[in-house]
Design a protein around this ligand. Structure first.
Ligand SMILES: NC(=O)c1ccc[n+]([C@@H]2O[C@H](COP(=O)([O-])OP(=O)(O)OC[C@H]3O[C@@H](n4cnc5c(N)ncnc54)[C@H](O)[C@@H]3O)[C@@H](O)[C@H]2O)c1
Length: 333
């Protein structure tokens, strides 16, 4: 049986998800697109063959032909749409972050707890990226000893116009917060944010160095540089007791010419993580069919919001902040 998917948000991510659901995912078909700007919804529906377009996301959630909803509207809209889907009993793939703050994220957790079942998967697609899954798999062989430190680089060519340093932590760094917890099977306990000399090409403090400690005594450092100009560059190196596990940003062939070896960088996250988005969306549809949750849960999304709240406080205070540890409800295993 094929699951009818409706997508809320027809911007960069919503259009990309629409193409993936329409063309690359088995067991699903694209039914409808909603966007506050109905003309955007219509354009993406026309491009991807979705039969319906609306300017009212709640109409899409209520549509009986929509069996599952993918939320790709701006961060602040995620909790209300996710809660409406939970109340309608419809599975959700919600783009990261779950919410801009932990207090807003908790509303989604409360909705799932009162529904008594997990309906939300968070769009932390790096959990499906071969770079991260390889290093997690290698770490778990035990061959390299314990993980000691995780160095992460997160550079974009240019930041979105509405971004500031807090948004860099809440929205961009949310990926590293989630993937560090996932790769290390650890919780983040303390955070400190250092401001480098500000790039003259940035409108906010950029780059930042965000340093976390984990409950296993590890260090996770994240260089966030959202106006790096030269391309999209996400990579990491996991330092273990007897070896280092690294993955690079390149997705293309290396060219050696005129004394230089060159590999192309992706222009942005979509080509870099194309495989991860496809695998994530397929896992979401598979999980709806099987009833077995996949990927990051709403609880994972909520924990990320508690960590990013602490990160924003550390940014403002210019000093380390302890991250309160939360008790995981039984629903989340
Ligand atoms: N997983 C990832 O790698 C990744 C990458 C980029 C963005 N994101 C997330 O995806 C989401 C969308 O980002 P984007 O880059 O596509 O943004 P975008 O600005 O390109 O698109 C957002 C769309 O939402 C629409 N919109 C605005 N307010 C709305 C509302 N109240 N209800 C419904 N639609 C509304 C806008 O008209 C626009 O078409 C954000 O939450 C962002 O953090 C995730």
């Amino acid at each position: 049986m094929s699951i009818g998917v409706g997508i809320i948000g027809a911007g960069i991510m919503g259009a990309d998800h629409a193409r993936i659901i329409a063309g690359q995912v088995a067991g699903a078909h694209l039914v409808a697109i909603a966007d506050a700007d109905a003309s955007r919804a219509r354009a993406v529906a026309a491009e991807t063959g979705a039969g319906r377009a609306t300017g009212d996301p709640y109409e899409l959630i209520a549509d009986p032909a929509v069996g599952a909803v993918l939320i790709a509207s701006p961060d602040a809209t995620h909790p209300d749409y996710a809660i409406a889907c939970i109340k309608a009993g419809k599975p959700v793939l919600c783009e990261k972050p779950l919410a801009p703050t932990a207090a807003q994220g908790m509303r989604v957790i409360e909705a799932e707890l009162s529904a008594g079942r997990r309906l939300v998967q968070l769009g932390f697609m790096r959990r499906f990226d071969p770079g991260y899954t390889d290093i997690k798999g290698l770490l778990e062989t035990g061959r390299y000893g314990a993980a000691l430190a995780f160095h992460c680089i997160h550079r974009n060519a240019t930041a979105a116009p509405h971004f500031d340093a807090a948004a860099a932590i809440v929205s961009s760094c949310s990926h590293e917060i989630d993937i560090a917890r996932f790769v290390l099977s650890a919780e983040l306990t303390r955070v400190q944010v250092f401001r480098a000399r500000k790039s003259s090409l940035a409108t906010f403090d950029d780059p930042l160095l965000v340093v976390f400690e984990t409950d296993k005594g590890q260090i996770v450092d994240v260089e966030l540089f959202l106006n790096a100009q030269y391309g999209y560059d996400v990579r990491g190196e996991l330092v273990c007791e007897t070896g280092c596990l690294a993955f690079g940003p390149a997705i293309n062939t290396a060219v050696r010419h005129s004394g230089v070896t060159a590999t192309s960088l992706a222009a942005d996250w979509r080509p870099r993580f194309a495989t991860a988005y496809r695998l994530q969306n397929q896992a979401w549809i598979g999980s709806i069919a099987s009833g077995r949750p996949a990927g990051a849960s709403a609880w994972d999304g909520y924990i990320v919001t508690t960590v990013s709240d602490a990160g924003v406080r550390a940014l403002d205070l210019r000093s380390p902040v302890t991250i309160a540890q939360e008790k995981r409800p039984a629903l989340y295993g």
